[in-house]
Ligand binder design. Structure first.
Ligand code: GDP
Length: 178
């Protein structure tokens, strides 16, 4: 359920989306906040965050979801980006092994810069590209389990599991902070 009345908001949760360039971070975000997918990507460059207001356990939560806006290309994601973040979506591309190989580095980055209690979801995006799969689900599942992360495979293109992944993360944040 979506609510648009700012007056009724109980909590604002900052969530950061991180991961290698071109894994689909921006598209995940626009799928979740606007239910849109842009074939002409990067139309949102420069936009710092987008929001969606929703209900969790009868509370009104405003999810403020931050996009790196391409900073990760220069390894220049700053600690300001992580400041105050209660959740992180760590995205890789299931068709690009390298993007998964870098996931450990991103977790390290979170451990250094983000709050200790941050809730992290590992997201294997582009699940629609099954015929090009380069990362077995089991590998990611094992990594997630070892690191205490939630794991989802999503497709920003079809919308598959995007909603479920964000809701799970926001529900976990709710249970941590309330
Ligand atoms: P970012 O650099 O991580 O923000 O990645 P973008 O969101 O800009 O997406 C990079 C490219 O991957 C674009 O060409 C998108 O259209 C494409 N893309 C993003 N998500 C998906 C997906 O779920 N499936 C497929 N097939 N392509 C995707």
């Amino acid at each position: 359920m979506n609510i648009n009345d700012d007056e009724t908001i109980d909590y604002v949760y900052k969530v950061v989306v991180i991961g290698d360039s071109a894994v689909g971070k921006t598209q995940m975000l626009s799928r979740f906040t606007k239910n849109e997918f842009f074939f002409d990507s990067k139309s949102t460059i420069g936009v710092e965050f987008q929001t969606r207001t929703l209900n969790i356990q009868s509370k009104v939560i405003k999810a403020q979801i931050w996009d790196t806006a391409g900073q990760e290309r220069y390894r220049a994601v700053t600690s300001a980006y992580y400041r105050g973040a209660l959740g992180a979506m760590l995205v890789y591309d299931i068709s690009k092994r390298e993007s998964f190989d870098h996931v450990a580095r991103w977790v390290e980055e979170l451990r250094v810069h983000a709050d200790k209690t941050i809730v992290i979801a590992l997201i294997g995006n582009k699940a629609d590209l099954e015929e090009k799969r380069a990362v077995p689900s089991e590998d990611a599942m094992e990594f997630a389990e070892n690191q205490g992360l939630y794991f989802f495979e999503t497709s920003a293109l079809t919308g598959d599991n995007v909603e479920a992944a964000f809701f799970k993360l926001l529900e976990e944040i709710y249970s941590v902070v309330s």
